[in-house]
Design a protein. Structure first.
Length: 330
């Protein structure tokens, strides 16, 4: 029985809560995965092909150990079409991030995911209600408004790669709705995708660049954010319609931007303006530049001018007049 039919006949409230919890956990993993990929590909020297290979290989190893620890036989789980979609998403995502800003990449990626999954849902007979359609439009408008300050005209190759990554991820998510054992299926897909990633790395070997920090981020992305996150996502997908699964993923760009803004915010230095004022007041041209654009805060400048004047006074001038010696009396 399909999940939509089971909900129509009355789904237990506990099952609905389970699906909502799994979906929230999966979106958190997707957000972490985007941040880890961006940190590795933007802030380290690792190349996209090597990052993708380490990410998929580490995820495959961790998931295989997890499945074997549960004493399961997963040789028949997973399939090549899903593995090709997984590899296409991971590789295109990594190569596209090398040339796209984060906001533009997120908008292209999840726009393609929405188009793919909603089109598949409508083709399979799912219908958007008026409330769902209005919610989708509002969510897309909010996403564009949130990412608008960071949007820029994207390079053509990077934009096509990110759109391709979104389509591949949409197809991978759609195929996960028919999975019985999420852990075994994800492990099998990761192992097959690793073979494709190794072939891609062999083709790009002359341009390979290794970086210890980038490799560590790739392992964290593969084991935690990708491997375990995809298991949770595959466990939630049978309880979601295609349109619901696509709309749920609109929360990832906003969460990613919020987390990125907090991590990139530098602590405010209270003495920065004081130091600028000190250098400005110590210069000999401060009186002529007082009306210029580099004028420091008025209170700080006045206080520094008084301090500098007192320090420039000679010692004899600082002695009271009734204590000074009079040469004429000597």
């Amino acid at each position: 029985m399909e999940p939509a039919e089971s909900r129509a006949r009355g789904c237990p409230r506990g099952a609905v809560r389970r699906v909502l919890l799994l979906t929230a956990l999966a979106m958190t993993a997707f957000t972490a995965n985007s941040i880890l990929c961006r940190l590795a590909l933007k802030d380290t020297g690792i190349d996209a092909a090597t990052f993708t290979t380490i990410r998929l290989a580490s995820g495959a190893a961790a998931l295989t150990l997890l499945v074997r620890a549960r004493a399961q036989r997963d040789t028949a789980e997973g399939n090549w079409p899903s593995a090709v979609a997984l590899f296409a998403y991971a590789a295109a995502f990594s190569f596209a991030y090398a040339s796209l800003p984060a906001a533009t990449g997120a908008l292209l990626l999840f726009g393609a995911v929405q188009a793919t999954m909603i089109a598949a849902g409508l083709a399979s007979g799912e219908a958007l209600s008026v409330g769902q359609g209005a919610g989708l439009v509002l969510a897309l408008a909010g996403l564009v408004g949130l990412l608008l300050p960071g949007l820029a005209a994207p390079p053509l190759v990077g934009a096509l790669l990110m759109i391709g990554a979104g389509i591949a991820w949409g197809l991978y998510s759609l195929r996960g709705r028919r999975v019985v054992d999420p852990s075994a299926a994800t492990a099998g897909n990761f192992r097959r995708a690793t073979c494709l990633a190794l072939a891609a790395s062999a083709l790009t070997l002359p341009w390979a660049q290794h970086d210890a920090r980038g490799a560590a981020l790739a392992v964290a992305s593969g084991v935690l954010a990708s491997g375990l996150g995809y298991i949770v996502w595959y466990a939630a997908l049978p309880g979601l319609r295609a349109t619901e699964a696509s709309v749920a993923q609109l929360s990832v760009p906003s969460s990613q931007r919020s987390a990125g803004s907090r991590s990139s915010t530098r602590p405010y230095r209270r003495d920065s303006s004081w130091r600028r004022s000190r250098r400005w007041a110590a210069s000999p041209w401060w009186s002529s530049a007082a009306s210029g654009p580099n004028r420091p805060p008025t209170a700080a400048a006045a206080r520094l001018r008084r301090t500098s004047r007192r320090r420039r006074r000679s010692p004899s001038r600082m002695v009271p007049s009734n204590v000074r010696g009079d040469p004429a009396r000597g």
